[in-house]
Design a protein around this ligand. Structure first.
Ligand code: SF4
Ligand code: SF4
Length: 374
């Protein structure tokens, strides 16, 4: 999806539930590999989906700090959940990628650069906070002095089909971060689910190509009213508020606040929060050899600022306590990210709260610092 191609006011139409089922055929005919929500290991995850049958029809997710579980809904909604542990970064910035190989030969080591696979993805079910996260990762990987060709190659040919949230979890705070729940930019198509189909907003020529291959109807005033009511339901369910006033200065002037010791007592330094975060991008590069020692792969892998070795420099560790590592994560995400990239590194998706095994909630941690500034 190329945001520059987005039209100022997307046109709307109505797509019946039967026609929606044909969307997969249309996308496959255009050579897209469709990645969307599906059920796996008692969670809604993003994976390859080939038909409407793969979607989590009739399931929803219940989320609280440190808790996630699925429940059956009393309807057949296909997108009646919030967000799971996965985000689209796993497809654009894979957890492990082989950059080059080295093979021992009689003449010495033979080095080979590995040609990266660039699958043509259609992302189905992208939420508003995730559109904001994609924009942040675009800034990191494509708009700085160094461009990541692997990310760029995948991203520029991806089709983005957003789906507006019609419900929210107790962990969501996109309204505080101005990232949702309404999808406003960064998509080719945006869908709002109704009981008998979808109101579709068509934002780009690529979106037009897809929707023109399906039979649609004019979205009636009643369709639009229902869609607005469904989207408003998500807004009404967001109860978590995160005060971000002067947050950069608040955190950077409180680097010795006792709250960092308090959170360090609870944090396991497990890295879950960074793995599930749709904007975290830290990685490390390792040489992995086979058992013979004749073949070596240089691999880039997701890493985390919570890992002890991540701050290893010649001579020792820079951040050798959990206190320092938690403080590094939060002050980067919410403060120095602004200096570096011009925006917050947090989009308010709530994943780090849900998937923290001890339920650490960054909104509570910031509030505690705000309440008793040193
Ligand atoms: S810091 Fe937490 S709430 Fe913010 S974007 Fe990352 S996972 Fe979501
Ligand atoms: S804050 Fe929670 S999820 Fe993050 S490293 Fe600590 S224990 Fe793990």
């Amino acid at each position: 999806m190329n945001e520059a191609m987005q039209t100022a006011s997307p046109r709307s139409c109505f797509l019946s539930i039967d026609q929606f089922a044909n969307l997969f055929e249309v996308l496959h005919a255009l050579d897209y590999e469709v990645i969307g929500p599906t059920l796996d290991q008692e969670a809604i995850v993003y994976d390859r989906v080939t038909s409407v049958e793969d979607l989590p029809r009739g399931w929803t997710d219940i989320q609280e700090p440190g808790k996630y579980r699925l429940e059956q809904r009393d309807d057949d909604a296909l997108f009646g959940y919030v967000v799971g542990p996965h985000s689209w970064k796993q497809n654009l910035f894979p957890p492990v990628s082989t950059l080059s190989t080295a093979d021992r030969t009689d003449e010495g080591w033979q080095f080979t650069e590995v040609e990266q696979e660039l699958p043509k993805y259609a992302f189905l079910g992208v939420r508003a906070c995730e559109l904001a996260a994609l924009k942040i990762q675009d800034r990191v990987f494509m708009e700085g002095p160094y461009v990541d060709p692997n990310y760029q190659g995948r991203r520029l040919q991806a089709l983005v089909i957003a789906v507006n949230c019609t419900q929210a979890a107790s962990t969501c705070f996109c309204t505080s971060m101005n990232t949702g729940p309404r999808c406003t930019a960064g998509y080719d198509l945006a869908l709002t689910e109704l009981p008998d189909g979808f109101v579709v907003e068509v934002a780009t020529p690529l979106g037009e190509t897809v929707i023109d291959a399906l039979e649609t109807q004019i979205a009636t005033d009643e369709n639009q009213r229902q869609a607005e009511a469904a989207r408003q339901q998500a807004v009404d369910q967001i109860t978590r508020e995160f005060d971000t006033t002067d947050i950069r200065d608040l955190l950077l002037t409180n680097l010795e606040h006792p709250q960092w010791n308090d959170v360090a007592e609870r944090c396991l330094s497990c890295t879950n929060c960074t793995m599930v975060c749709p904007t975290c991008f830290c990685s490390s590069v390792e040489e992995v050899s086979d058992l013979t020692g004749d073949h070596v792969e240089r691999q880039r892998q997701w890493d985390s600022c919570f890992n002890v070795d991540f701050s290893y420099m010649n001579g020792g560790l820079v951040r050798n306590s959990i206190r320092n590592r938690y403080r590094q994560w939060m002050t980067h995400k919410l403060a120095t990210w602004i200096d570096q990239f011009g925006t917050s590194g947090c989009v308010g998706c709530g994943r780090c709260i849900t998937w923290c095994p001890v339920g650490i909630d960054l909104t509570d941690e910031v509030a505690a610092i705000r309440e008793s500034q040193t």
